[in-house]
Design a protein around this ligand. Sequence first.
Ligand code: KQY
Length: 364
Amino acid sequence: MSATIASTPAADGYRMPGEFEPHGGCWMAWPERPDNWRLDAKPAQRAFAAVAEAINADEPVTMAVSDAEFEHCRAALAPSVRVVEITTDDAWMRDIGPTFVVDGGAGLRGVDWQFNAWGGLEGGLYSPWDHDDRAAQKVLEIERADRYRAPIVLEGGSIHVDGQGTVLTTEECLLNPNRNPGLTRQEIERVLYDHLGAESVIWLGRGLYNDETDGHVDNLACFVKPGVVLLSWTEDESDPTRAIARDALERLEHATDARGRTLEVIKIPAPGPLLMTEEEAKGVTPVAGTMPRRGGDRMAASYVNFYPGTGRIVFPLLDERFDDAAADVLRGCFPGREIVGVPAREILLGGGNIHCITQQVPAA
Ligand code: KQY
């Protein structure tokens, strides 16, 4: 049973914890749509299964899947991964799942944001998206967690929090007219405060170059603990991502968090540039109204797009030239946690990465 509550998490004493805090589990969704995942999604399914297994060794994973794919998905995953039927339009649980909030005791509830497929009919990635918009409510039913239906369009990948009152986000996404055109920056901040139990927003500018989400922060920067931000970084002056990263660094260096701290910024190398090959693009079945895939397209690749499990960090292996260096940075950020890399190019080809396809349930 999950009730819909008319108040807000902050009014009820709930807050979104930092993702680096302990978890009770993790949700994912099974990829299927052939207009986003090449070769009928078979390579992506293998990649999702590897991510699920890597996380499930540390904390319990639940996989949402359609009825059509149920048996195949069930057979592809270890019995200890829970598989449940939930219809979705694609497989981005970060963006369609609930943002869980806790009260510091046993209370666990969820914020169900409105979802419009990253921009609705103004540059969104597919239509319709109504199954995705109902997914968070279904997850909350299964978790027996009460639900707040938020008054704005927002995807989970567009925010990070430090769990101590600070939200990190980008102007490119949250102020984009294709999300909440009637709302001012201050009105959006108010909704974030009310629904995340926060008091302060640090606004970065643009997200990664060519990120089809309109610049989700989860590809650019994240908190690794209160007061410390990890930033995707390149020294390559010819890469358009360079100016984006420099602007983010400057904003972070001048920011203070909700507790009045200045931030320590740790840089993690960006992979690539990584381009989609002709063969990869050809494997996607084009459908009018969905994001076209072309050989040579620059992909928005980042090691910041990892899953911080309670005991292990599951991060994307993307580029042999940088994978080890990225692992070393993550090891320094999360002492005592195992650092586990999973091949993730097939997830990247669909437009996101490991953080985008996962949603943590905080320990309550
Ligand atoms: O990165 C994400 N959070 C979602 C990416 C969606 C891509 C759809 N093709």
